[in-house]
Design a protein around this ligand. Structure first.
Ligand SMILES: [Zn+2]
Length: 94
């Protein structure tokens, strides 16, 4: 399963495995972490699930970036609509 680059620093993501417990109760846990800034997922027994979670986080980060961008552009669009409204004789304030 391919890991996407880090949403924070664009660094390379790596798998880390940890053995937890003793004897027959030993469980292998997986974690994806960034080799650049150390950002990591929670540990899970399912390697594939851990990778999915990491990649989802990347998608959320992309989404967040777009939301931030839209929020930054919003005041401009309000100004434009106000100007257009005035030009067409429509007041949005009243
Ligand atoms: Zn990083």
């Amino acid at each position: 399963m391919k890991l996407q680059s880090c949403p924070c620093c664009r660094g390379k993501a790596i798998f880390a495995d940890l053995i937890i417990g003793k004897g027959s109760r030993r469980v292998k846990m997986w974690q994806v972490s960034c080799s650049g800034c150390g950002l990591s997922t929670e540990m899970d027994e399912d390697k594939r699930y851990t990778a999915t979670r990491w990649n989802r986080r990347q998608e959320y980060a992309n989404l967040k970036m777009w939301v931030t961008l839209l929020a930054a552009l919003l005041p401009v669009s309000i100004i434009i609509s106000l100007l257009l409204g005035n030009l067409m004789g429509i007041s949005l304030i009243s």
